[in-house]
Each structure stands twice: as structure tokens, then as C-alpha cells.
Design a protein around this ligand. Structure first.
Ligand code: ZN
Length: 96
């Protein structure tokens, strides 16, 4: 519960952006076919299964879940990312 609470507090804005949006597509997994995220969590040995109805992004054959995409810097919740193309994860107290 505390983990969910802190996550919600840190990012109440649920909108996500792809700073380098060449070739990436957002997909809602339409079936239960076994497909795995391209990346693994740092503390895990296995590739995690993408669930039916899960939103993930894809480029070529590379499927990436939201968690990994954010961790890899493919996605950002920084709405001002286009003003800071080189540092998408930089958090400023207030732009300008
Ligand atoms: Zn993943």
C-alpha cells in the first residue's frame, strides 16, 4: 500500500511522452499470446510476460512494458521534455 501511495504522490500526472518518438508505437495487447518485455528489471532474472490488455510500446520486434520504458528513458512523464531533449528525466521545481 505504501509503495502505491508514494508512486501516486510522485507522479499524479499519468501522461507519458516518447521524447525520441521515431518508430515507436503504443499497443494494447489484444490477446493472451506469450510475449515478453524486451528488458528485465535490474533485480530480476526473468523477462516478464506481457499481460492481455496491457499497454506496451513496440519498435520493430522490440516490445517494452511501461515500467521498463520509463526506466530506460524511452518514456518520460516530463511534459517539458521537448525543451530538454538531452535530459528527459531532469526535474525542475518550475519551468521558467
Ligand atoms: Zn519490462
Amino acid at each position: 500500500m505504501s509503495e502505491a501511495d508514494s508512486t501516486a504522490a510522485q507522479s499524479a500526472d499519468r501522461r507519458l511522452y516518447v521524447p525520441h518518438n521515431d518508430g515507436w508505437n503504443a499497443i494494447v495487447k489484444p490477446n493472451a499470446t506469450k510475449e515478453y518485455c524486451y528488458y528485465r528489471n535490474p533485480d530480476e532474472e526473468h523477462f516478464h510476460l506481457l499481460q492481455i490488455g496491457e499497454i506496451y510500446i513496440e519498435k520493430g520486434g522490440e516490445k517494452v512494458c511501461m515500467n521498463c520504458a520509463i526506466r530506460q528513458g524511452i518514456l518520460t512523464d516530463n511534459r517539458m521534455h521537448w525543451q530538454q531533449p538531452k535530459r528527459s528525466r531532469l526535474t525542475l521545481p518550475d519551468a521558467f
